[in-house]
Design a protein. Structure first.
Length: 268
């Protein structure tokens, strides 16, 4: 697995899929998740459409350096910028949750690197519920508390899945099994990601000039869709789409719909 060498000796791992001559698409994951999460649904669909697709493990997520001493959104946007510069700008850049915020900052700071931006489950300002949730997760980590796996699974499902999935006993059991297996423990790098500043950036986003698609997930309890709509309203000319039957993990719950939106947008 190759690594980007970043200032301060930080190493960021990345993977490239698809044809060498394909248009570059870079996928940026959210808090606590490795880049390989994209491999289940998005990488196969986008490479099949002819794209060269790069994913990275954000700093904080092994095998990238965990940077337990802290990191900034500028650091993380800089990591994505370095990857695009290495592989060949401009790129279509897609991010979800924290990844969407990173992509928005990249589009603002380095529009020369971003041909088009797609922001899934985006937000541009502090949200009391999200802030409190992050504070609680940090407190659990600092106290050395791990939730019982089955309880962690139930809470994670309620937070991240749509009402439709939660009402389907077969589908929800599959998710519960996955969440129970993964457990609630987070490492010091994820703890550092949870500490990231969450300033109000909506006014700054009025300076984004990159063609942008913002996708809100109708049943998102972590970052409700009105926050995504605010981002779309702030970015000049941005397109907003809200997908039904999607929680915070909408790109995993309804991957075909999400992938179709992305591919339609980047082909436009």
């Amino acid at each position: 697995m190759p690594f980007l060498e970043r200032p301060g000796g930080v190493r960021v791992s990345y993977t490239v899929h698809g044809p060498d001559d394909g248009a570059l698409m870079v996928l940026v994951m959210g808090t606590g998740s490795p880049g390989r999460v994209w491999n289940l649904h998005q990488v196969p669909a986008f490479t099949a459409a002819g794209h060269r697709v790069a994913t990275l493990d954000n700093r904080g997520i092994p095998p990238s350096d965990e940077c337990a001493g802290g990191m900034t959104l500028d650091d993380m946007a800089g990591d994505v910028a370095a990857l695009v510069e290495l592989l060949g700008a401009p790129a279509r850049v897609v991010g979800t949750s924290l990844g969407a915020r990173i992509v928005a900052e990249l589009a603002l700071a380095r529009p020369d690197l971003v041909g088009q931006a797609v922001l899934l489950a985006a937000h541009g300002r502090p949200d009391p519920l999200q802030r409190t949730l992050s504070e609680g997760e940090r407190a659990l980590h600092d106290a050395g508390i791990e939730l019982p796996p089955r309880y962690h699974a139930a809470i994670t499902a309620q937070q991240n899945l749509s009402r439709r999935t939660l009402a389907d006993p077969v589908a929800v059991q599959d998710w519960l099994d996955l969440f129970e297996f993964s457990g609630s423990r987070v490492g010091p790098g994820v703890r550092a990601q949870l500490e990231l500043a969450d300033d109000d950036r909506l006014a700054a986003y009025r300076g984004v000039r990159v063609p942008t698609l913002v996708v809100g997930f109708a049943d998102d309890m972590v970052l409700p869709p009105h926050l995504s709509r605010e981002v779309a309203d702030a970015i000049p000319g941005a397109r907003y789409v809200e997908l039904a039957d999607c929680g915070h993990f909408g790109y995993l719950e309804r991957p075909d719909a999400v992938n179709a939106l992305v591919l339609e947008f980047v082909r436009a």
